[in-house]
Design a protein around this ligand. Structure first.
Ligand SMILES: Nc1ncnc2c1ncn2[C@@H]1O[C@H](COP(=O)(O)OP(=O)(O)OP(=O)(O)O)[C@@H](O)[C@H]1O
Ligand SMILES: [Mg+2]
Length: 199
């Protein structure tokens, strides 16, 4: 079955989950898989020499479990439990995968039909992060000592990707971001449908 897989990645607190949820409300046959749901338990997270828990790295995630959730969806997208709207038979089932480390994970590289990457400046990121409650809580210096340097490293890797990634300004309003991505997706889906009809 034809499917359409969207990746929404980017900086912590860039608005990935918010954007994915807003899109899901307006797209037919749309499921969302969140990478946030695949963190390993704290007991399995490494600590660096400064005592910072190494959460912002691929090793902190159970990527095998995430891949098997994606494979389940691929096998039966219309019956998937993560979809909130069954849509109609003509709709191409859409899967949005959202998370901070998607385009750095090679096994996913061939999956994307459209890739987005949300960015926000350092100050705004630090501000948004300070308003959130994390479990375990961020320790003093954690943002500057672990979170932001890891983001910069990952972003450098993403910029070397061999496929097109659409960068989004995460300081725009939720509504503007939704509109921008929704319109772009409508165009991409229309291209996909044309392609589908001619093959
Ligand atoms: N466009 C926006 N403008 C201002 N604030 C926003 C916007 N989108 C999301 N936020 C706020 O920023 C915070 C993070 O949003 P969200 O959880 O969607 O980000 P995220 O990228 O999924 O973060 P995480 O990396 O923790 O998964 C929340 O407090 C949310 O309300
Ligand atoms: Mg999130």
């Amino acid at each position: 079955m034809k499917t359409f897989v969207v990746g929404i990645s980017g900086v912590t607190n860039g608005g990935k989950t918010t954007l994915a949820k807003n899109l899901q409300k307006h797209l037919p046959s749309c499921s969302v898989i969140s990478q946030d749901d695949f963190f390993k338990p704290e007991s399995e997270i490494e600590t660096d020499t400064n005592g910072f828990l190494q959460y912002d790295v691929l090793e902190a995630l159970n990527m095998e479990k995430m891949m098997s959730t994606i494979s389940c969806w691929m096998e039966s997208p219309r019956c998937s439990l993560v979809s909130t709207d069954s849509g109609s038979a003509e709709d191409i089932p859409i899967l949005i995968i959202e998370g901070f480390l998607l385009f750095n994970y090679k096994p996913l590289d061939t999956l994307w039909n459209r890739s987005y990457f949300l960015t926000i400046p350092y100050e705004e990121c630090k501000r948004r992060r300070s308003t959130r409650v994390y479990e375990p809580p961020d320790t003093p210096g954690y943002f500057d000592g672990h979170v932001w340097p890891m983001y910069l490293r990952h972003r450098q890797e993403v910029e070397k990707s061999s496929w097109e990634i659409v960068y989004l300004d995460g300081t725009k309003s939720e509504e503007d971001l939704f509109k921008e991505v929704y319109e772009d997706l409508m165009q991409e889906l229309a291209k996909q449908k044309c392609l589908h009809m001619t093959t």
